[in-house]
Design a protein around this ligand. Sequence first.
Ligand code: SF4
Length: 415
Amino acid sequence: MSDDSLREASEESPSDEDGACTNALKDFHSAGRGPWSHVPDSDWNDWRWQLKNRITTVEQLERLLPDLTASERAGAILARSKLAMAITPHFFNLIEAGDENGAIRRQVVPRLEETHQASWEMADPCGEDSHSPVPGLVHRYPDRVLFLVTDRCASYCRYCTRSRLVSNAAGYDFHADFDKQLAYIESHPEIRDVLLSGGDPLLFSDEKLEYLLSRLRAIPHVEFLRIGTRIPIFLPQRITAELCAMLRQFHPLFISIHTNHPRELTTEVRDALGRLADAGIPLGNQSVLLRHVNDDVEVMKVLVQKLLRCRVRPYYIYQCDLIAGSAHLRSSVRKGIDIIQGLRGHTTGYAIPQFVIDAPGGGGKVPINPEYVLSHNHDRVVIRNFEGRVFEYPEGEDGQPLVPKTRRSAEMEMF
Ligand code: SF4
């Protein structure tokens, strides 16, 4: 950096710096090679090499992240018996060395706080086990099922709602029994939608995944298939041309990815998502609202706009489930509402996800919205828009609006 540019940098006001940070997040950058610069391209771009070389031990973490904190060190040791640690080299390169509160770092590097458990936290906050007619199948909503196919992921998210089973560190001993799971779906004609999840289904080989999708496609009442995956983010190398060619045989097939912060959308990820979109697969994104990661309107706005550029429709923002040991990552519901309010009307409608709370204990997803309806009675609805301006719409019976009162009189009555 020249002296002039150093001077310019030091003269920037905090708001200039915030703006520069947000602008930097908008761009796509490669995750780079980081400490793996010596690795040949053929290895680096091979998803199996990435899996084999994941960071899974505290010793590796200490070597690669010199400013590891005492809390992270203890967390990495304790993760062995709770939710294992695994970080792909690709995703590791996004970790903010020198910033223990970095948005990427908080998501995958364990901390001692994971051992703190509040009385309202649970091992199975969404009540999945109590809605499982056969192991590995959750049938909570009338016409669709969640089909858990594996307990393994490319990297492990420290707030995972299924941390009781993924990685098997806590001894849950998950074993998918495809024949039993498929038999249940075959014998329930009301099931028209199957969501493959886990763990991460895209960790399967192409052959194994093709077998499973073929079996599901052969069930006449299954209209719609979905895959929930974080592989395009953790392991974009897995999204090969062969995988995409195989998946496109099973349309209508949708994929829900999971990304939380704009820095996760690297050039590698953008290209992987492009390959899936080119295979005709509609893509949606689910984010979890996380403290000091994405509980900020501007960060979330960059994320959703960047997702649209990757042909991914932002679908849900989840309030973080009450998973045991996640309090340090949970943000308030109020922040989620403020984010939706900061997006609605301020950016493209397609970019606006639905904020939901998965009701604790198995109540399902409940949409949470800012209050736009100020009053609603038999003859009118009083609403406010994104700028806070108040409007009245005539209510009526079956398309026959009653004569509305004037807006002025409506407003007078409100106050
Ligand atoms: S990728 Fe999904 S299932 Fe796997 S640890 Fe992360 S949130 Fe859990």
